[in-house]
Write a protein that binds this ligand. Sequence first.
Ligand code: SAM
Length: 325
Amino acid sequence: MSKPHEDDDDYESIEGRVFFQEMHGRKINLINPTYLLPADEDESKRFNLMHRLIRFIFNGRIYVGPTKEVLQFGPYRQALDLGTGRGEWAVELCEEFSWVFTTGVDIVPIQYLEVPERCRFEMWDINIHHMPYTDGCFDLVHARAVLTGIRNYPHFLGQIGRILRPGGLVLLIEPSLMQYAGLANNKPEAAYTSGSGPRGWFTLWETYRRCLSMLGVDVTVPQHLKDLLEGTRLFEDIQDFKATIPVGFYHENKGILTVGQLQWMAYDLLLPALKPMFMSLGMLESRADRIIKDAQTDLYYGNSDFKLASHMHIVHARRNSIPWS
Ligand SMILES: C[S@@+](CC[C@H](N)C(=O)[O-])C[C@H]1O[C@@H](n2cnc3c(N)ncnc32)[C@H](O)[C@@H]1O
């Protein structure tokens, strides 16, 4: 597998299309004004950390649920990865299932340049009203950590229902935008209440959620994925799971400790990545720097009474046989 496009001097413009703009010191996509997280080397590192974290919580796999079942009985099966990022999931699925063709979609060309012949990448905005595929043409649709670029998640799910064949599988994975404190000294996990715990950490997350809401993102989607799938009436066998992810180096179980380390490293990269979003929504640079620095202090030095934790929401469901209309 070759390196992603970022190392290519000429990546800014492909066939005359320009994909990036410089915003407050980071490279941001030009196509989707809702998605204000960077598209640069540090963000690619963060995607890779999250990819590895999810492999840990899926016991070494990149999928859960009846994925093998929907992909069996080839000879050709089609999978789609919406908001593919570096394209790791799309490439690895191809490598694991030698009869599967995968398509990865993103707004920026940051994918690997050399990939299996059965894997291809397309550039378009998945907020589009009508995804450019015929009804029922995919066996599997995967969308992981894309919520922050989606303006109308129920419509997005409706389009996934349209392009999945009856019996096809959707797999959605979204990190919660809420953060939790607890786990230390056997205290039960609890959502932060004002005035307690690592204030800098929670102020940053409140600010992040407020910015996303201003950009038109429904920040409550992760915890409601199952209800939203049910609301489309296009899915059955809907299964949802919530993984609690420790943030940092404190868990006694070795496997979970690794998950906590990966999450900590990913958040270390996320914090400065939020600055362009904060500033482009009108925040003064000094205030953005202060919010990020206070959150970094809580992340780096912690607090003996409070341990940080986050949630990962995972849902899979089969397309039912009700025609799409
Ligand atoms: C947090 S990354 C996750 C990448 C990948 N799914 C993964 O889990 O490694 C979100 C990705 O979604 C892409 N994205 C965000 N909004 C999008 C949109 N409306 N259409 C297409 N891609 C989008 C971003 O460019 C970014 O690569």
